[in-house]
Design a protein around this ligand. Structure first.
Ligand SMILES: N[C@@H](CCC(=O)N[C@@H](CS)C(=O)NCC(=O)O)C(=O)O
Length: 259
């Protein structure tokens, strides 16, 4: 396990601190990837998803992770705020395009992956369904799945169907975008160089098909829960999308994953 301080210790420190779950969550892995590319060192604070964290609530007025904190500035709890802060602290290499058309496209597409009702949100809804029917779950894992179900499904009727349609739609759009970029000779989702969107894609794809165990060591129940089996989602995935994830991880990010 990586080295973590407690949330209250992190709160009292200066410099860059990131509150993280001890598991490969897509929001957390995206932020770690961004900080890795920018060579920004940070202290990790531990957030056990599903356990009440009064300290995290007192500090950030919410209880999800990742949280990114720089000195005594307001803690950043949302992916786009975190990207802007990382870009400010280490402008090189840039992960936000300069040109407005590319920038607007990148944030729009990134929101399809990371935003509320986006790809990882929707895959989480589907994963919660799988988790709730997985008999292998330990008591602790079941409590976490039930906690996430209560928090993110909100008992909405047909939420799983909405999530499946939305996830498949987004995956299809990314497959088309990647094919278009490749036909122009680019290896990246926007322009001709790495942007945050490639990192968000790589980390999001872990909730379609996790990286193999030697690159991402996770409990078996979590691997099962993270592996998409919704028929619409499975049908939308193209090999090129997983190859793009592998290219980004192998060329730019830290492997094996550590948490
Ligand atoms: N706030 C993040 C999303 C992070 C997020 O949803 N984290 C989940 C991962 S399952 C979490 O920590 N949930 C536990 C909780 O909210 O207590 C963002 O919008 O950028």
């Amino acid at each position: 396990m990586a080295d973590y301080v407690s949330v209250s210790e992190a709160r009292n420190m200066s410099g860059l601190r990131v509150v993280l779950p001890p598991a490969p969550g897509p929001w957390a892995e995206s932020l770690k990837g961004i900080l890795h590319v920018k060579k920004l060192p940070f202290v990790r604070a531990l957030h056990e998803v599903g356990t009440p964290s009064l300290e995290l609530r007192l500090w950030t007025a919410q209880t999800s992770s990742p949280v990114m904190a720089w000195n005594d500035e307001r803690p950043r709890t949302i992916w786009n705020d975190q990207l802007y802060l990382a870009e400010r602290l280490a402008p090189q290499p840039p992960l936000i395009p300069q040109a407005i058309e590319e920038r607007a496209l990148m944030f729009g597409m990134a929101n399809e992956l990371m935003g509320e009702t986006g790809l990882v949100w929707s895959l989480r809804v589907l994963a919660i369904h799988r988790g709730q029917t997985n008999l292998e779950l330990s008591e602790k894992a079941r409590a976490m799945v039930d906690f996430l179900a209560a928090k993110y499904q909100h008992g909405v009727a047909n939420e799983a169907q909405r999530a499946s349609l939305r996830a498949a739609e987004i995956i299809t759009a990314f497959a088309a975008r990647l094919a278009e970029q490749q036909s122009r000779g680019s290896r990246f989702l926007i322009g001709n160089q790495l942007t945050a969107l490639d990192i968000y894609w790589a980390a999001s794809a872990a909730m379609i098909q996790p990286l193999p165990p030697h690159l991402c060591d996770m409990p078996r129940w979590l691997r099962t829960t993270y592996t998409a089996n919704d028929p619409r989602v499975v049908a939308a995935v193209r090999p090129a999308l997983l190859e793009h994830r592998d290219f980004i991880y192998h060329e730019f990010l830290q492997l094996p994953l550590d948490f």
